[in-house]
Design a protein around this ligand. Sequence first.
Ligand code: GLP
Length: 241
Amino acid sequence: MNLLTFRSEEDLNRAGAGLIASLLQSNPRSVLGLATGSTPIGIYAELVKLYESGSVSFAKARSYNLDEYVGLSGSHPASYRCFMNTHLFDRVDIDPANTHVPNGLAKDLEQECAYYDAMIEDDRIDLQLLGLGHNGHIGFNEPDDELIPGTHAATLQQQTREANARFFNSQDDVPKQAITMGVAGIMKAAQIMLVVRGAAKADIARQALTGPITTQCPASLLQLHPNLVVLMDEAAGAWAK
Ligand code: GLP
């Protein structure tokens, strides 16, 4: 595990974007595993700058997002498809047909999950970007006695719904379910970049990365990944010094 802490948000964003950009520079056909939430926004903004300056192209890249709310269409402002279009896809040269986000409106959720798994099995993810939930979740894999390996429809915990309420008009509007890649799907990526920001996540980051590997903290499974890089700001990573 490569643990990196950064003095400024700008340095962290540059380092995160730099990792993705170097991957694309060495292999323009790279497959990116992408994440939503407030954590990766600065990294996407930095990637847009790199694209605008001609340093990186997404023209041949493909992407798979971790998750999507069940019941939201891609045009809903709080959907993860809309988030990705706004922060990255509409601002770089990626072919929209090569961007994948689970379909939250799928009539048959099981079929949609199987379809998504078949795609990420075929198209191995080179680099998976991850944020960290306050309860240690990754994607929408919530703490539990058992974790589900493949893509599945997950029931969101109350704490997660509260944390994500800021993206909706009211807490009641936060969907109760989401389609998420499972932990096995995430762990299959050749490299994982976990990004953690803010003092409120310092303790869960420490638990996840130095505590016992347990399904009660899904991010702790990342300790088993052979190529994990963790980018933290000083507030989140104070314990790592
Ligand atoms: C959501 C997403 C996760 C994300 C988490 C943290 O639950 N499904 O992928 O990592 O939020 O979000 P934030 O980065 O806004 O703290």
